[in-house]
Design a binder for this molecule. Structure first.
Ligand SMILES: *[C@@H]1O[C@H](CO)[C@@H](O)[C@H](O)[C@H]1NC(C)=O
Ligand SMILES: *[C@@H]1O[C@H](CO)[C@@H](O)[C@H](O)[C@H]1NC(C)=O
Ligand SMILES: *[C@@H]1O[C@H](CO)[C@@H](O)[C@H](O)[C@H]1NC(C)=O
Ligand SMILES: *[C@@H]1O[C@H](CO)[C@@H](O)[C@H](O)[C@H]1NC(C)=O
Ligand SMILES: *[C@@H]1O[C@H](CO)[C@@H](O)[C@H](O)[C@H]1NC(C)=O
Ligand SMILES: *[C@@H]1O[C@H](CO)[C@@H](O)[C@H](O)[C@H]1NC(C)=O
Ligand SMILES: *[C@@H]1O[C@H](CO)[C@@H](O)[C@H](O)[C@H]1NC(C)=O
Length: 505
């Protein structure tokens, strides 16, 4: 008997020892930080899961405390806890989960995991700038194009506002100037000053006070347990002290305020008075909000029944690269350097690169630079040597802080030999033609001259006074004789005599 027992305990020990050594990895995460009043979901995940039943025991360190235990045939367990505003203060909380495993009917502790999450006074999430249905990845937005500003809340906070907020108003300020107040947490605004900087403030104010007339119908709905695991659940022992989780509402982008302002529901006579009162109140409130936003006042100008979120962003306005002009010679003789000029519009600085493709290439727009060159100039040269003689496409990719533009130019390179062959044929033909034309014109001219024998050339300067008739051949002969007979020329040249006289005196 004793032997059996010792064998049993030894096996047990071995098993636990192996479990501890090999172990199951356990991780615990929360979807925090979360605003006070909203739900927080914790997810425990077991690695190396072998399909056995597991027990997850969760608890937090809040006062009043929450705890829950789930037995699942799954390696993932989620636990959702509500932290009502009036019970829990804003601070860091710790949540732990124990993973228990079954060994012949006994549950023993295998692993423990811990996570820390934060409950905050104000809403979390962030301010998103969206242009052309794309969220800006940085703080730069395009000029003269509507910027869709909106507050993106975590799902649990969105749910909280939907379930427990009668009104949600967002006040928008740009450079401390009140712009608008909206109920859908979004603002459309177009900036027109290129290279300008702006500071955006959005204050989301949600009223958690129920307004009697309408809100009563929305909360009475079916209840579900807090277990939200998708896999098969064998046994679930829920010992949660939290209130039932609200029904799962499909996610919507805008928290719709469930009620119109009270002023609108009252009788027409009271309507005016109450409206003026509201106006007076809202003016005061707007002033307080402005003080809060612009004058660094730490006093949140709203009461305890409100939940607020303050979002700030500084943005810079830039111009997109809308045109790219590539100019220069794109027909090159083989051996010549490509030398093109690229000009483009947009706000500097620019990052650019050129990609050389063989043959025709159609730009897809998603071409990317491997190595980029940075410039402040709106132009750059493209110099490249092509070793072959084919058609090429040069793709130019230019990026600035808010976008990218791609353009291309087709380059045709012709062989020098093609050019030589051309000249071998064309040049002799042209010269032959010129020669033929010259001969024809020469003959025609000579015939023309001999028919009309008009005196044109006269080389005999000494005989200028004589007008006796001589034929062209006679005159030519005389001229040559005069020109080559120097002695006679000296005697008869009156100009020569004159000079001689001059030199004598
Ligand atoms: C919001 O929650 C508070 C308690 O936290 C409750 O008194 C109030 O009725 C709720 N409001 C709405 C609109 O559900
Ligand atoms: C603001 O812009 C977004 C996106 O362009 C659009 O969906 C929305 O309807 C606009 N809102 C208003 C009030 O014009
Ligand atoms: C409205 O504001 C004026 C001063 O701005 C003040 O005298 C008056 O009492 C206010 N009325 C109400 C109803 O608050
Ligand atoms: C605003 O106040 C905080 C502390 O209250 C301080 O750290 C910060 O520098 C102030 N900012 C400006 C612009 O005055
Ligand atoms: C591109 O060329 C067009 C027409 O030739 C001209 O109007 C435009 O200003 C040029 N753009 C740039 C950035 O040089
Ligand atoms: C480029 O596009 C034109 C017309 O859009 C098409 O005819 C041509 O085949 C395309 N070339 C390549 C290389 O895809
Ligand atoms: C670019 O887009 C085309 C289709 O438009 C796609 O086939 C290609 O894979 C994309 N390339 C890159 C680098 O994203």
């Amino acid at each position: 008997m004793l032997r059996y027992r010792s064998i049993f305990s030894l096996t047990c020990f071995m098993f636990i020892f192996l479990e501890v050594v090999i172990g199951l990895k356990l991780s615990l995460k929360s979807n925090g930080p979360a605003v006070r009043g909203s739900n927080v979901t914790f997810t425990a995940v077991v690695g190396d899961y072998a399909g056995e039943n597991l027990r997850f025991a969760f608890w937090d360190d809040a006062q009043p405390q929450h705890s829950a235990e789930f037995t699942l045939s799954s390696n993932v367990s989620t636990w959702t806890v509500e932290y009502p505003k009036n019970l829990y203060e804003a601070r860091e909380y710790t949540v732990k989960v124990n993973l228990l495993k079954n060994f012949i009917g006994f549950w023993y502790l295998d692993k423990t995991a811990t996570t820390v999450f934060k409950l905050t006074d104000s809403l979390n999430g962030n301010l998103v700038l969206n242009q052309d249905n794309l969220d800006r990845p940085n703080k730069f937005v395009a000029v003269n194009k509507t910027v869709h500003h909106f507050v993106r809340l975590p799902e649990n906070e969105m749910e909280f506002l939907k379930q427990n907020a009668s009104t949600v108003i967002t006040y928008w300020f740009i450079d401390c100037i009140y712009i608008d107040q909206t109920t859908d947490m979004s603002l459309n605004y177009t900036y027109t000053d290129v290279m300008g900087d702006h500071y955006i403030d959005a204050l989301v104010v949600a009223n958690n006070e129920p307004l009697p007339p309408i809100t009563t119908t929305t909360t009475t709905t079916t209840t579900t347990t807090t277990t939200t695991t998708t896999t098969t659940t064998t046994t679930t022992t829920t010992t949660t002290t939290t209130t039932p989780k609200p029904p799962n509402v499909t996610e919507a982008s805008t928290p719709v305020s469930t009620i119109t302002p009270a002023a609108n529901t009252t009788a027409s006579n009271e309507h005016k008075i109450s409206k003026r009162a509201i106006n007076n109140k809202t003016v005061k409130k707007e002033k307080a909000i402005k003080d809060f936003i612009c004058h660094n006042s730490s006093i949140v100008p709203i009461g305890p029944t409100y939940t607020y979120g303050h979002y700030q962003e500084s943005i810079s306005i830039r111009e997109t690269i809308s045109t790219i002009n590539i100019t220069g010679l794109n027909w090159l003789q083989h051996g010549d350097l490509l030398n093109l000029q690229v000009k483009y519009s947009g706000s500097p600085p620019f990052d650019y690169c050129a990609i050389y493709k063989w043959g025709q290439y159609n730009v897809t727009g998603n071409e990317t630079c491997v190595s980029k060159t940075t410039t402040l100039s709106n132009t750059f040269p493209l110099v490249h040597y092509f070793s072959d003689s084919d058609q090429h496409t040069v793709v130019v990719v230019i990026e600035n802080e808010i976008g990218k533009a791609v353009s291309r130019a087709t380059i045709n390179i012709y062989k020098a030999s093609v050019h030589a062959q051309l000249s071998v044929i064309v040049v002799p033909v042209v010269f032959c033609l010129v020669a033929v034309i010259l001969v024809v014109f020469g003959v025609a001219y000579y015939q023309h001259r001999s028919r009309y024998t008009v005196e044109v050339a006269d080389f005999d300067f000494g005989q200028q006074g004589h007008f006796d008739y001589k034929s062209f051949t006679e005159r030519l002969r005389d001229s040559f004789r005069n020109a080559f007979d120097f002695r006679r020329r000296d005697d008869t040249d009156p100009l020569a005599s004159d000079t001689r006289y001059d030199s004598m005196t």
